[in-house]
Write a protein that binds this ligand. Structure first.
Ligand code: ZN
Length: 307
């Protein structure tokens, strides 16, 4: 009787174990938090139904300056993976979120913390000595890497590898989806390049060096920016210099990242004939029309085309 009871008990535990194991295996999604909406779009597409993902930064916010809210720490405390750009983009806020989360999985150096920026050949890496006098510079390179559709494809593939390490069962699916995304963005990049060439625009002024990778990919020049130094708001003196450059180089377009004030750009346009000023979304969900990573580039190309 006693033995029989024990046997029953063991069997029941085994069944419960099987039910529990299979339900977690079927239902538990990898909980990912990204720092930006672009990264969130890439993780969501690559992860498919095996991953749940959200972003700390909104598409309408300057990703350099996000408030490390307590609610972000709560979210991070339950995360399996943090995907960040690195290159100091999140240096002002992500470390305090991670500290506050008290989740060993996502601390720097563990598999649940992943930076992608340094993996995709950053531009603007500083070689000389840096000082605060040069503004808010990023010595490891410009962190706005997802503005290049080709690098975005490479980042998707890197994300697939990391998801595959955390969840080997679905590794093949992650890699297949990332390769499809990469192939799609590469094909579209050719078409975007042709459209930009046809537009006749070859020089664009921006507010901050947010669009460096986009401009570089499509061989567009960025003769100057409205910030006198990275991270420093426009000054009257520097705006006069921008006016002089825009006139001398016949720059046809200023694209103002839509989380910045366009007053300095409008001031420049007042003195420069045929200069268009357009506020642009520079991230997924940066405006109501920009819903996907593809939309980010499409929106910028349409802006250049004047559509
Ligand atoms: Zn920046």
């Amino acid at each position: 009787m006693k033995l029989g009871h024990k046997k029953f008990h063991a069997q029941a535990l085994l069944y419960i174990g099987i039910i529990f194991f299979s339900s977690t295996a079927l239902n538990a999604k990898i909980a990912v938090i990204t720092t930006t909406t672009d990264l969130n779009a890439l993780v969501t597409e690559v992860g498919g139904e095996s991953v749940s993902s959200q972003s700390f930064c909104k598409g309408t916010q300057d990703p350099h300056f996000i408030e490390a809210k307590p609610s972000f720490m709560v979210k991070a405390s339950r995360a399996d993976l943090i995907v960040a750009i690195g290159l100091e983009l999140e240096v002002g806020w992500l470390p305090s979120i991670i500290r506050g989360a008290r989740n060993p999985k996502i601390t720097v150096g563990n598999p649940g913390y992943f930076e992608v920026g340094s993996l995709v050949s950053p531009l603007g890496v500083s070689t000389g000595k840096l000082s605060r006098a040069q503004g808010d510079v990023h010595p490891e390179g410009n962190p706005h890497v997802t503005l290049d559709p080709v690098r975005a494809g490479q980042i998707a593939k890197a994300i697939a590898q990391r998801l595959g390490e955390l969840d080997p069962t679905n590794k093949v699916n992650y890699i297949q989806r990332a390769e499809a995304l990469d192939a799609r963005l590469n094909a579209k990049t050719k078409v975007w390049g042709e459209r930009i060439k046809k537009s006749g625009v070859s020089k664009i002024i921006t507010y901050h060096k947010t669009l460096t990778y986009f401009l570089d990919r499509f061989q567009l020049e960025n003769p100057t920016i409205l910030e006198p130094l990275p991270g420093i708001p426009p000054t009257a003196k520097h705006t006069l210099e921008v006016i002089a450059t825009a006139k001398a180089q016949k720059v046809p377009l200023i694209m103002v990242e839509n989380f910045f004030d366009d007053a300095a750009a409008q001031r420049v346009a007042k003195d420069v004939p045929n200069l268009r000023v357009v506020s642009v979304a520079v991230a997924v969900e940066g405006n109501a029309k920009v819903k996907s990573i593809d939309d980010v580039y499409e929106h910028l190309v349409l802006t250049i085309e004047g559509k």
